[in-house]
Design a protein around this ligand. Structure first.
Ligand SMILES: Nc1nc2c(ncn2[C@@H]2O[C@H](COP(=O)(O)OP(=O)(O)OP(=O)(O)O)[C@@H](O)[C@H]2O)c(=O)[nH]1
Ligand SMILES: [Zn+2]
Length: 386
C-alpha cells in the first residue's frame, strides 16, 4: 500500500523517465563512485566490465572487483602511460585502440602499486614489469569514464555479469552513455542565476550562471557592456572562451598567461562599444582538472613540455569541449562573434558548433621570464598564432 502523503506510481504519469536525464544521472553517479574508490559496471553490446580507478581503489574496492569479476583483473592504461610502464615505445596499434591492458601479478594487485602504475609523478619502483595483454572490449569507455571524473585514466578491470554486480550493489552504466555524456551535458546547460557585478576594469558587468542537467559544476558568462543588444541589432560582440585556471586567474601564477588574459579581456571588452562576453568555463587545465594539472606541472619541472606532460598522464593535449561555450553563447543570444584568442582550435571548434566567427582578435601578452617556454610550446606545438 502507498503510505499516506505519497503518490503511487500510477498516479504520477508525468514521471515517465526521460532517457537523456537518466543517462546523465547514471554517468554522474558512476563518476562519483570511481572517485571514492568503488567499482562500477560498464555495460556494452557484447558484455560488461567491472572497473575501478587505480588512483582511488582500496582493499575493499579490490575485493568487490574480484568478487564481481569472472576472470582475474587487468590494468587498463592509456597507450603513452603504458609505454612508460613497459619501458618500450607506444605499443603497436595501441593508439588506435585507445587503451592497453596489462596483466596484474599478485604483487601489483594492491592499492599502492596500482597508484604507482597509474601516476607518472609517483616515481616509485615497481617490484616487476607487467606483461601486455589485448585490451578487452569497453576499455576505451572505461578510460573515458575516469577522465570524466578528472582521475588518471588508469583502471583495474575484469569481465563481469550484471547479476554479480547487482549482488554487490555496484552501480551499472552503459558505455554508450559514457561516450555521449560530454555532448549531452553541454547541450543541457541552462541559465540558473544572474546578477550585476561591477568590476574594477568593467563597471557595467553582469554574471550569468549556467548549470547542466548532470548536476555538475557551473560555468559562467560575464557580460560586459551590452553584448546582447549588439547581437540583437545584428552586430558581433567581442567574445573570449576562457578556461578556468585557479593558479593563474586567482593566485597570479607566473607559469601561464591566464591571469593577464582574463583581466585583459575584460578591460578590452569594457572599451569596446559592441561590448563583450567572457565565458568562464569550468575546464581547468585544458579539461584535465586542477589535480592533474599540478601533476603535469611536476612532469614539466622534470623536463616535459605542457603537451607531452598531458600525454604522459594518459590525457590528450587538449580535452576541452567547445559545445559548452557554443551553448552558452546561444543562450545569451550571441551567435556571431569576434573571438579574442591565439588558438586556431578555438575558432574551428566554435565554428563546428554553429557559432559564426567573423574575426579573430589577437590576445597575447609578453612572456614574464617564467612562462616563456610555455608560450613557445603553444606557438610551436599547438599552432597558436603569436
Ligand atoms: N594541462 C595543462 N593546462 C594548462 C597548463 N597551463 C595552463 N593550462 C590551462 O590552460 C587553460 C588556458 O587556456 P586558454 O587561455 O583558455 O586557451 P589557450 O588554448 O591558451 O588559447 P588562447 O585563447 O589563445 O588563450 C586553463 O584551463 C589553464 O588551467 C599546463 O601546463 N597544463
Ligand atoms: Zn593558467
Amino acid at each position: 500500500m502507498t503510505p499516506p502523503g505519497t503518490l503511487a506510481a500510477e498516479q504520477t504519469p508525468d514521471l515517465v523517465p526521460d532517457p537523456r536525464a537518466l543517462a546523465l544521472r547514471q554517468v554522474h553517479r558512476a563518476v562519483a563512485d570511481l572517485r571514492r574508490g568503488t567499482p562500477v559496471l560498464l555495460r556494452g553490446p557484447d558484455g560488461a566490465l567491472v572497473v575501478a580507478a587505480a588512483e582511488t581503489v582500496g582493499a575493499r574496492g579490490l575485493a568487490e572487483l574480484a568478487a564481481a569479476g569472472l576472470a582475474p583483473p587487468v590494468l587498463l592504461l592509456a597507450p603513452v602511460r603504458a609505454a612508460a610502464v613497459l619501458h618500450r615505445p607506444v605499443p603497436h596499434g595501441a593508439e588506435e585502440e585507445g587503451a592497453v591492458a596489462l596483466r596484474l601479478p599478485p604483487a601489483l594487485l594492491a592499492p599502492e602499486a596500482l597508484r604507482s602504475l597509474a601516476d607518472p609523478t609517483a616515481g616509485r619502483l615497481l617490484p616487476e614489469t607487467p606483461e601486455r595483454l589485448s585490451a578487452p572490449p569497453l576499455s576505451q569507455a572505461a578510460l573515458a569514464l575516469a577522465k570524466l571524473g578528472r582521475l588518471l585514466p588508469a583502471l583495474v578491470a575484469a569481465p563481469a555479469t550484471e547479476a554479480a554486480a547487482a549482488r554487490l550493489a555496484l552501480l551499472s552504466v552503459g558505455a554508450a552513455e559514457v561516450l555521449a555524456y560530454p555532448a549531452s551535458a553541454a547541450t543541457s546547460l541552462a541559465r540558473v542565476a544572474e546578477a550585476r557585478v561591477p568590476l574594477e576594469d568593467a563597471p557595467e558587468a553582469r554574471i550569468v550562471a549556467f548549470r547542466a542537467a548532470d548536476g555538475g559544476i557551473e560555468h559562467l558568462a560575464i557580460l560586459v557592456g551590452a553584448p546582447e543588444a549588439t547581437a540583437a541589432a545584428g552586430g558581433a560582440p567581442l567574445v573570449r572562451a576562457h578556461s578556468e585556471c585557479f593558479t593563474g586567474d586567482l593566485l597570479g601564477s607566473l607559469r601561464c598567461d591566464c591571469g593577464p588574459q582574463l583581466r585583459g579581456a575584460i578591460a578590452r571588452m569594457a572599451q569596446d562599444p559592441a561590448g563583450g562576453v567572457l565565458l568562464y568555463l569550468a575546464q581547468e587545465g585544458r579539461g584535465i582538472g586542477l589535480v592533474n594539472k599540478l601533476r603535469a606541472y611536476t612532469l614539466q619541472d622534470g623536463g616535459l613540455d605542457t603537451l607531452d606532460a598531458n600525454r604522459a598522464l594518459g590525457y590528450g593535449a587538449d580535452e576541452r569541449n567547445f559545445l559548452v561555450a557554443a551553448t552558452m553563447l546561444r543562450a545569451v543570444g550571441v551567435e556571431r562573434v569576434r573571438l579574442l584568442t591565439n588558438n586556431p582550435d578555438k575558432i574551428a571548434g566554435l565554428a563546428a558548433c554553429g557559432i559564426e566567427v567573423l574575426g579573430r582578435e589577437a590576445h597575447a601578452f609578453d612572456p614574464n621570464g617564467v612562462n616563456d617556454g610555455y608560450l613557445r610550446t603553444k606557438a610551436e606545438r599547438f599552432g597558436h598564432i603569436l
